[in-house]
Design a protein. Structure first.
Length: 343
């Protein structure tokens, strides 16, 4: 029985951004970010279910994205789908409209959604063609924690690009450990880099305890809102967007490594129209988690479900939320007004 990034049935499963005005250096593979993508800098938190809202920019009192005072605009139409997970959030990255929130600002463990930040931090430092040698400690780390693995063996040498596929598709704790070991150097320093990046990106309710989301005393936490923000950062990076939306990645055998075939644990890919990933996660403490996105008629819909009780239920919730939000986006003009609460 495996956990963590993690398999207990399988863990169902950044970056060229100056999106948040962070000042973080761009990675070597950085591409310019479209102005439309840069324009959306905040996503409001909500307490209820269907709560479309427009962003208001940065809160001058707190320095955070426009959570306080965001204007909610209820949309006429069919009711929002029920979500049984502990927390959920969905917004439109193209317009800044927040369509759904349930305990969206509640601090919760996020399991292997952590690895999105791991990939983001690696790409701030590493060349995609750099070669990393797999150490016995990388393999032991996944095995000792009964975590999902990319099937790596000590002595193999793989590129950073391939290891990122190993991190994101099968949620390999061995691959994430190898990258953290090299680019921390070491897990502790790498985790410090992750937390620094979270602060720079405005993820004020996020704290990482390690590079893979495995449980440990005084472990990490985040919120559905913060993880949705992070998913948007990832999707604005062309390399991470490609990796997150890839259903199957094959690494052919060479003199440096054996063959590997990694299948994406995200069941939305190939089934849900326009699905783009992003990441799955599971631990006993976190439950089944999912960071997801889809391109629907020019609307980039991004959502997060945390703390679902079954693997399939998180995918059903995400699928229904995407269909519902796409209908709202294509529906009649907003009516009414209210205030979205910052949790």
């Amino acid at each position: 029985m495996q956990i963590g990034g993690i398999r207990l049935g399988a863990c169902a499963a950044l970056a060229a951004l100056a999106v948040f005005g962070t000042g973080l250096s761009a990675p070597a593979h950085a591409h310019p970010v479209p102005a439309a993508a840069r324009a959306v800098t905040g996503v409001p938190g909500t307490a209820g279910s269907a709560v479309p809202a427009r962003l208001t920019g940065t809160d001058r009192r707190t320095g955070t994205d426009g959570l306080a005072g965001a204007v909610a605009r209820p949309v006429a139409g069919r009711a929002a789908p029920a979500v049984t997970g502990k927390a959920a959030y969905l917004f439109d990255a193209a317009t800044g409209t927040a369509y759904f929130g349930k305990q969206a600002g509640r601090r919760l463990p996020v399991a292997s959604l952590t690895k999105v930040m791991t990939a983001y931090v690696v790409l701030r430092q590493a060349s995609l063609d750099a070669v990393v040698r797999i150490d016995a400690s990388d393999v032991r780390h996944a095995r000792a924690n009964d975590a999902t693995s990319a099937g790596l063996r000590a002595g193999e040498r793989l590129t950073v690009r391939d290891l990122l596929y190993g991190v994101m598709l099968p949620s390999g704790a061995d691959a994430s450990h190898a990258l953290a070991r090299v680019y921390g150097p070491g897990a502790a320093r790498f985790t410090a880099r992750m937390n620094a990046a979270a602060r720079a990106l405005g993820l004020s309710l996020t704290r990482y305890a390690n590079p893979d989301g495995l449980p440990e005393p005084g472990g990490g936490y985040s919120t559905a809102i913060d993880q949705a923000k992070l998913a948007r950062v990832a999707l604005n990076d062309p390399v991470l967007r490609t990796i997150a939306s890839t259903r199957r990645h094959v690494v052919r055998a060479s003199k440096l490594h054996r063959a590997h075939t990694w299948t994406n644990s995200n069941k939305l890919l190939g089934k849900t129209p326009g699905a783009l990933g992003v990441k799955t996660g599971y631990t006993r403490a976190a439950g089944y988690c999912l960071s997801f996105a889809a391109d629907r008629d020019g609307h980039l819909l991004i959502g997060v479900v945390l703390g679902e009780s079954s693997s399939d239920r998180r995918f059903r919730s995400a699928d229904r939320l995407l269909d519902w939000a796409a209908g709202q986006a294509a529906g009649p003009p907003d009516v009414g007004a209210g205030v979205a609460r910052n949790l």
